[in-house]
Design a protein around this ligand. Sequence first.
Ligand code: SF4
Ligand code: FES
Length: 254
Amino acid sequence: MKFKIFRYAGEQSRYDTFEIEPEAGMTVLDALLHIQARLDDSLAFRYSCRGAICGSCAMLINKVPRLACRSQVSELVEGKVKDKVTLKPYAAIEIKEPWNKEDEVLVEPLPHLPVIKDLVVDQDKFFEYYRVVEPKFKPGDEHPEKERRMDPADMAELEKYTNCILCAACFGACPVDGEKPEYLGPAALAKLYRFYIDPREKDHESRLLQANMESGWWACQFHGNCKQVCPKDVPPILAIGKARQKLQEIGETP
Ligand code: SF4
Ligand code: FES
């Protein structure tokens, strides 16, 4: 099986093709580790947990942002398993290089973030936007006498958003983040919504208003790529839609 991999070298960036014999159950991360260990030790990529938990191995695989450690190579070539993801097209996933889909796995860095080397991107902007929404609990009572009991239904609603592992796949999949670099992006807004709906938070409206700006809730164009690529099934598009509805109810408009 062939892996066509982006190699960053500024203006001289290129694609290298490596051929390996895939083992049963091999993931794209396994393949990259194999290539690095046996064929080219200069290949750079980021990973840590190898179990879809740390969020560090997100990259563009066959033109879809995915976790390398969660992508089975057997599902990516030869049409054995139909790729269920159908992304709304955007510039970063246009096919510019010759790529034989039947025979090659195409591996590129996550879009919308600067490349440091090969498949490693600089995530600073993603985390800077994440910090803008102040992703921490702000309760009304700092030191309650008893634990704060939660209604199971409220917990279930919160958990849709707390499962985010900050992989930035949604950021790389969002056409708006490609066109409008100041857009906070799906993950930051989903996290803000999570705090907005938390019954234990002190001031819900202030949370809503925190992203009441052109680069916040109002920038989303509801393409839905974020929800499709999220490895944890977080639905940022749903959070953004509900937040905008609430803003309109209190008289806020774009
Ligand atoms: S919302 Fe999903 S895709 Fe986006 S950063 Fe979180 S886990 Fe990754
Ligand atoms: S290596 Fe941790 S999510 Fe893939």
